[in-house]
Design a protein around this ligand. Structure first.
Ligand code: URA
Length: 252
């Protein structure tokens, strides 16, 4: 793709300001195929030309994908002038990035941030049935009958939840931690399902979408960039582990 050099620089490194990139051109730090270029308007071929700034080679990716461990208290929305959003937690990305779907403000865990609308659309499509696993701390006891209801589907008034996977991970104190895997993404779905079986969600964390799992040791609020091709493969896989329950316990 042909592109102006100054635009290419900003796309590769959105932290650059007009002033800082101007300086890079004027001091000869920007090189195309080894030759210093001082003309910011020069057109380059993003597939052919090698652009470096100092010792660093700039690689252009039209679409980028970040896996964020969303903390509670941050809004799942695109950038907003008034409130802090999940997009603000990813350093150096532009205003065209957005979260793939939404987690409630008080929900934590796995959230993808991207500028790839087509992939987001595919992941969120109800027809794709991408499984999402949540770890929910629920008030009181979640007994076998409640687990069976969660698994079989529950009439929530405006819709009946599709068959799900539910398992108790811990429940020795007053409250119970369950893992619930659903293939839909209706508003407040997990919270509503848990209320329907006579309990209430106290904390909620998403740990899986398709075959993509949240790294169990990932710090809250941190993010990691993922390769698009690899991501596309694993998102549409089932993602079940052989010993899934033991795997899920790593999140306790
Ligand atoms: N279900 C909920 O109730 N809340 C979320 O944030 C995600 C799923």
């Amino acid at each position: 793709m042909l592109m102006r050099l100054d635009r290419f620089l900003c796309l590769c490194d959105p932290t650059l300001t007009r002033k800082t990139s101007k300086k890079l051109f004027s001091d000869g730090s920007v090189r195309v195929n080894g030759e210093p270029v001082r003309d910011a308007a020069r057109k380059i071929d993003t597939d052919q030309d090698k652009v470096t700034v100092g010792a660093k080679e700039l690689v252009y990716r039209q679409y980028r994908y970040f896996l964020l461990n969303k903390p509670a208290g941050v809004l799942s929305a695109s950038r907003d002038r008034k409130v802090k959003t999940v997009v603000d937690l990813v350093q150096g990305i532009g205003d065209d990035f957005f979260p793939v779907g939404r987690l409630d403000k008080d929900t934590e865990g796995l959230l993808l941030i991207t500028n790839d609308g087509a992939l987001a659309h595919e992941i969120l499509s109800p027809r794709k049935h991408v499984p999402k696993t949540y770890i929910a701390l629920c008030r009181g006891t979640i007994d076998e009958k409640a687990i069976a209801s969660l698994q079989n589907g529950i009439d929530l008034g405006d819709f009946t939840s599709a068959p799900a996977k539910a398992v108790v991970l811990a429940g020795e104190g007053e409250d119970t931690t369950i893992a619930l895997t659903i293939t839909e993404g209706k508003f407040h779905q997990v919270k509503r399902m848990v209320v329907a079986v006579g309990s209430e969600v106290l904390t909620l964390r998403r740990v899986r979408m398709g075959g993509l799992w949240l790294p169990p040791n990932m710090n809250s609020g941190s993010c990691v960039e993922r390769d698009g091709e690899e991501l596309k493969k694993i998102l549409f896989q089932d993602g079940y582990e052989d010993d899934e329950e033991r795997f899920l316990r790593r999140y306790l």
